[in-house]
Design a protein around this ligand. Structure first.
Ligand SMILES: [Zn+2]
Length: 342
């Protein structure tokens, strides 16, 4: 490589940018490189056992989901920040009634019903709601004045930041669970990158098993603690080219951050597997594109040929395995903290 570097440098000298191009292409001072996350208390035997189990369940068809949740996300925060950069992505109709209208770092979705629109998550802040979410919605031929509900999956700022803007501008009713409303209403505003943002005022407090019905569409809401105390997860019907599917959105697929939260997440995911199986969930969306390679799926969808399958349709069996992988990755996380993960 050194020979190559010198050769390139000689060439670059001729155009006066040797140092810059060499540094850009071959790195800088290794002492300044970020390191992967270390887990000094890890129960290595348990980590290996759960990781192996998760890998088996994931197989090859859930490798992006497995990689993200079990490996990349816990091990490499620098890569996570890179993948989840703020960035513009094209709004896309993913199902006949469901549109992706978010940005690269965090998702927002809109569900079109016969009596108006249900927005799911509201991006990082009012600026993103005004300059990304709303224009994306308009680009899809939808009228923001028709937003009736904004369902916020959980009380972290990247999901509720734009909710007050939608509430104030269009009179949309904002929906969270009681526990996560309390996060927003606390002085800390739920933590995370919330700055001085003003939270929406409480409209609808969703309890476990509640439904939101708008026109011809009913969204079922479940309180699924772990990622936050009152994370909401959603189940609702859609069609793809007229064919019926049931979407599951696990609102806290990022996992629980502390030991007790990760234990709660394991219990939640076991329950969620039962609920989604009973409801016939066969399609998966998430509230961050990276959680199930949504941007890549959207790229495939945008270039689909007649007869190609919808990449967000997993099938019931595979959806169940996706959630099992998340459960097993939470067990890996517990083992990395030094527990057995049982
Ligand atoms: Zn979160």
């Amino acid at each position: 490589m050194r020979t190559g570097l010198i050769g390139l440098c000689t060439l670059a000298l001729a155009i006066g940018s040797c140092v810059t191009s060499a540094q850009a292409q071959f790195g800088g001072d290794p002492a300044t490189y970020p390191a992967q996350t270390k887990f000094p208390k890890a129960n290595e035997a348990a980590v290996s056992r759960w990781l192996s189990a998760a890998r088996k369940v994931a197989g090859t068809d859930l490798q992006p989901e497995f990689n993200w949740r079990c490996l990349t996300s816990p091990l490499d925060r620098t890569m996570v920040a890179g993948v989840q950069h703020d960035g513009l992505v094209q709004p896309t109709r993913v199902f006949d009634q469901l549109y992706s209208i978010g940005q690269n770092a965090v998702s927002a979705w809109v569900l079109k019903t016969s009596a108006g629109l249900i927005v799911i998550d509201a991006l990082n802040n009012p600026d993103e709601a005004r300059e990304i979410l709303v224009p994306n919605l308009v680009a899809m031929g939808l009228d923001p004045k028709q937003i009736r509900y904004v369902i916020v999956t959980h009380g972290h700022g990247d999901h509720w930041g734009g909710a007050k803007y939608l509430q104030d501008t269009y009179g949309a009713k904002v929906v969270l669970s009681d526990a996560d409303w309390k996060m927003l209403e606390s002085p800390e505003r739920g933590g995370g990158p919330v700055g001085n943002m003003v939270p929406p005022t409480r409209n609808v407090t969703a309890a476990d098993g509640d439904t939101i019905t708008l026109g011809d569409t009913t969204v079922r809401l479940y309180v699924t603690p772990g990622h936050t105390p009152g994370t909401l997860s959603l189940i609702f019907p859609v069609t793809s080219n007229g064919q019926r599917h049931v979407v599951g959105l696990m609102g806290g697929s990022g996992g629980g951050q502390t030991g007790p939260a990760a234990h709660q997440q394991v219990a939640t995911l076991i329950r969620w597997q039962q609920l989604t199986r009973a409801a016939g969930v066969d399609a998966a969306i998430a509230n961050h594109p990276a959680h199930n390679a949504a941007n890549e799926r959207i790229a495939l969808l945008r270039n689909a040929q007649p007869g190609d399958s919808n990449p967000f349709v997993y099938g019931a069996e595979r959806y169940g395995r996706f959630m099992k992988v998340l459960e097993l990755c939470s067990r890996v996380q517990l083992a990395r903290m030094g527990e057995t993960g049982d």
